[in-house]
Design a protein around this ligand. Structure first.
Ligand SMILES: [Zn+2]
Length: 763
């Protein structure tokens, strides 16, 4: 081209008469001709060599594919209860090419604005974006919104304007519902686009999501756009369903008990708990409290209402500040906190619950037997350190079993030192404490432990009673399961199987990671740990439940050094001789007066285990001693003669008091009413005349009293008594902590007052 131009210029220069204008015209003409030639050449090239590619592009301009969202899979509990499911909702869409830019768009935007709550300008901009045939306007319409928009489109109801709404249409989308409102940290949640953001929703997002289909909007043969006559090119494919190992009912028991504990013991940093089948590694329940509303995952209301002393924390207390910045910062921090699954993400010093592991390794290494003798002077001198027992005056002479029951630190320091650095580290590793468990949930933390080759005597001594390293609750419950299940370290399972319409796609089998100890050692450990709960002097007796054999261990640990922060914990399992369930609960920073795991945690674990075993249909077997305190149902004696009523009640094991004189009618009423459950030996009052409502009794305060004192006190008031809760295996030393009817209330005579007892524990 440069050559041609310069040739032209030469010609211009020789033609003297030509004006400047003419020169310019010529130059432009030459340039244009040259360009045209090149363009023609290029088109020729394209037509010959690039034909196919360009044809596709032209078709793409005529038709437009868009994604059809598939229905997300359901998350079930182990019994087929749908914990997370999707329901269809409408998305409002439009085809701007079917909406005339001025009049139609103005009318449509004006009418849609009040129905959808969207700004007129936003709507107008969407409706007039004619470069596309598909515009999403609003997701997740309510039923009312859909109905109102349908009315606008109805030519009978809106004969004048309905024609403008031709380009307005709906598309099916789905919304996630968590029907039971439980297990938010396990289920997690999905974002606005139905993408998994946390928990199972995140970990199994690929499986749950399904495959999107595509639709194509096409131009008809005559060249006009088809009126949303979509041709579904590929069907969307519903996501697979996930079946969890979680049992909704057991999860509910755990959550209920943890929630109560947070308030009752003022747990500044909340609580976490896990219920697991120790034989299979299946997680039956896992919870962190306080938590969030799984149906409104970024709403902090529930967390704030459950959390204690949020106002003490300078950063978090700003959530209700007037200052927007301060508020936003606090809300963000609270969200991070409330989404945290403490059961797998928090590491803590296990304290005395780790003594289970030390005892198991010592037995397995044969450095101790059940009858070995130990002596506790209240401390043990290790190198230059005097390490104390929690009982400062000392436990004195005791057997190995008593040492475990007493949770005596010097006994475990001795055991640790006998096992030695090398073996201690090997067992620590074999029990799974040096690795993440690999549970299929996001956010699992690893542990913090000694990495040096040889542990000092002080390191071993303190490690032996659970200090100096930090582990996660999930690691700990897996290791403890290995101790009681015959010696196998199981991989924890949270998912049972993945299913689609044609059946099971994948099923997760129990997996033994390690054989850590022998069946024999495991059996011995089960027996010893049962005695920790059942022995009248055992430190775990607050977890005791009538009729069930329970094993367990207490723990109270410091949270950091030189501060007053504590973590109270308890691990319990049942039935002790053949465990079906194991439950670990940790309470983070209790603010109550007594903060020992044995005092505040053991009863909660006891309750979770009791609820669970009852639900699983495990029958209670009472010892002779227990049988005496078992409750019985009061029989119906109304309508009976006095003689007959007395006989029936006495034969059922109740005392009888008659109120009123002889009467032809016989017994007209009774207290407690038939069907009430009371302890044997309770008094039933039978009435020959209508009960006088003025004869009410004031309930006395029995807190702190021994079981015997409570019985006498209530009897004096003409009331009946039922002992409930943990800690009743030995009445000696037990004291009342709660009564079901508050002191001062006025009740009918012979009303049953349920009183909960507990033992003092220093671990
Ligand atoms: Zn001791």
């Amino acid at each position: 081209m440069a050559k041609k131009v310069s040739a032209g210029k030469d010609k211009d220069m020789s033609a003297q008469n030509m004006g400047k204008v003419k020169v310019k015209i010529l130059v432009v003409t030459i340039i244009m001709v040259s360009l045209l030639t090149l363009t023609l050449l290029k088109i020729g090239y394209l037509q010959i060599f690039k034909c196919a590619e360009y044809t596709e592009a032209v078709i793409a301009q005529q038709t437009q594919a868009s994604k059809v969202n598939p229905m997300r899979g359901t998350i079930y509990d182990r019994n087929g209860k749908a914990l997370a499911e999707s329901a269809s909702v409408n998305t409002l869409i439009c085809n701007p090419q079917q909406i005339e830019k001025d009049k139609a768009a103005e009318i449509v935007a004006t009418r849609l604005a009040p129905i959808t709550g969207l700004e007129y300008d936003y709507l107008y901009e969407r409706l007039t974006k004619t470069t596309t045939r598909y515009q999403s306007i609003k997701k997740r319409l309510t039923v009312e919104e859909t109905a109102a928009i349908n009315e606008l489109k109805d030519s009978k109801k809106n004969p004048e304007t309905s024609k403008y709404f031709k380009g307005i249409s709906f598309e099916a989308d789905s919304k996630r519902y968590y029907s039971y409102g439980i297990a938010p940290h396990i289920l997690g949640f999905t974002g606005y686009d139905n993408d998994g953001r946390m928990g199972i929703e995140l970990m199994f997002d690929d499986e749950l999501a399904g495959k999107p289909g595509s639709i194509i909007s096409a131009r008809s043969a005559s060249g006009t756009y088809m009126d949303f006559q979509y041709e579904d090119m590929t069907d969307s494919q519903k996501g697979a369903d996930i079946v969890l190992t979680i049992d909704e009912t057991i999860q509910h028991f755990l959550e209920k008990n943890l929630e109560e504990a947070v308030t009752e013991y003022s747990l500044r940093e909340g609580a976490a708990g896990i219920v697991m089948n120790p034989k299979t590694g299946e997680i039956l329940a896992m919870a962190t409290k306080p938590d969030f509303d799984v149906n409104a995952y970024n709403d902090i209301t529930k967390f704030v209402s459950q959390a204690v002393m949020l106002d003490e924390n300078e950063q978090l207390s700003g959530y209700n500040s007037e200052n927007k910045d301060v508020q936003e910062k606090a809300v963000n921090l609270i969200m991070q906190k409330m989404w945290r699954n403490k059961a797998i993400s928090d590491t803590y010093e296990p304290g005395s619950t780790f003594k289970i592991i030390t005892a198991a390794m010592a037995l397995e290494e044969d450095v101790v037997s059940k009858n070995s003798r130990f002596y506790c002077a209240g401390y043990k001198q290790i190198a230059d350190r005097r390490i104390k027992c929690h009982k400062h005056q000392g436990h004195g002479s005791q057997s190995f079993v008593e040492g475990v029951q007493n949770s005596c630190n010097p006994v475990f320091m001795d055991l640790g030192l006998s096992v030695g650095s090398q073996k201690f580290k090997e067992y620590f590793n074999a029990f799974g404490y040096t690795q993440k468990t690999g549970i299929e949930l996001n956010g699992e933390s690893g542990s913090i432990y000694y990495t040096k080759d040889v542990l000092s005597e002080t390191d071993i001594a303190t490690s032996a009673f659970g200090q100096g390293f930090s582990i996660t609750p999930i690691q700990h419950i897996c290791a403890i399961s290995a101790v009681i299940n015959g010696g196998n370290l199981m991989k924890p399972l949270i998912v049972k199987e993945i299913r689609n319409e044609s059946g099971i796609v994948k099923s997760y089998q129990s997996e033994i990671k390690n054989k850590v100890i022998s069946e024999e050692t495991s059996k011995t450990m089960r027996e010893i740990l049962e005695s920790v709960v059942s022995s009248p002097t055992g430190s775990g007796k607050n977890a005791y439940i009538k009729g069930y054999r329970i094993g367990g261990k207490t723990g109270t640990s410091e949270k950091g050094r030189n501060n007053d922060k504590r973590i109270a914990s308890f691990v319990g399992f049942a039935p002790a001789d053949d465990p079906e369930i194991v439950c670990l609960i940790m309470m983070d920073e209790p603010q109550c007066t007594v903060r020992y795991g044995g005092t505040i945690c053991a009863p909660v674990v006891g309750e979770v285990i009791e609820d669970t075993l009852e639900y699983l249909g495990v029958e209670r077997q009472y010892t002779e001693e227990e049988a005496k305190t078992v409750t019985k149902t009061v029989p119906e004696v109304r309508g009976f003669s006095i003689e007959k009523a007395k006989e029936t009640l006495t034969n059922s094991g109740f005392k009888v008091r008659v109120s009123g004189g002889e009467s032809e009618e016989g017994i007209v009423d009774q207290l407690p009413k038939p069907g009430s459950s009371v302890m044997l030996d309770s008094t039933v009052i039978i009435y020959t005349q209508e009960i006088n409502e003025d004869n009410l009794v004031t309930v006395p305060d029995v807190s702190g009293m021994s079981p015997e004192a409570v019985r006498r006190e209530l009897e004096d008031y003409g009331l009946n008594f039922e002992a409930v809760g943990a800690g009743l295996n030995s009445t000696e030393g037990a004291y009342a902590v709660k009564q079901n009817i508050a002191p001062g209330e006025r009740v009918q005579p012979a009303t049953v007052i349920s009183v909960e007892f507990r033992h003092a524990s220093s671990d």
